[in-house]
Design a protein around this ligand. Structure first.
Ligand code: 5GP
Ligand code: ZN
Length: 113
């Protein structure tokens, strides 16, 4: 499949891996928007949050458990951080394989642009 995140999961494209298990893969964003900026993706090719259903929604709780572990390991849990999912064109999604951004290490503004 011609998906850059599937290629990252299978090693065809190099990435700075932080964590991997049978269901998810976490790696640093190539174009970081904060001192800490990583992505957590399901190994299953789910296009976006629009494709979450009763059948596959357990991946979401697993992703949040992994984020909870990684933010503690990376030392950003106490100061705080932001979890972002961009969905679809107006949501700013540029890679059509669902991913959760985790941004930390600086103050983040709200509302987003
Ligand atoms: P989106 O805009 O879809 O929410 O986020 C896609 C993210 O993937 C962007 O922040 C972008 O920098 C990151 N990205 C795109 N291609 C690659 C890549 O080949 N490697 C890594 N590590 N990140 C990528
Ligand atoms: Zn994919």
């Amino acid at each position: 499949m011609n998906c850059i995140f599937c290629k990252i999961i299978n090693g065809e494209i190099q990435s700075k891996k932080i964590y991997e298990d049978e269901k998810v893969y976490a790696f640093y964003d190539i174009n970081p928007e904060a001192p800490v900026h990583f992505l957590v993706i399901p190994k299953e090719h789910i296009i976006s949050a629009n494709e979450i259903s009763e059948i596959n929604s357990n991946i979401i709780s697993h992703i949040f458990l992994v984020i909870n572990k990684l933010v503690r390991e990376l030392g950003i849990n106490k100061e705080g951080y932001r979890i972002v999912n961009n969905c679809g064109e107006l949501g700013g999604q540029t890679v059509d394989h669902m991913h959760f951004h985790v941004l930390g290490g600086r103050g983040l503004k709200w509302p987003p642009g």
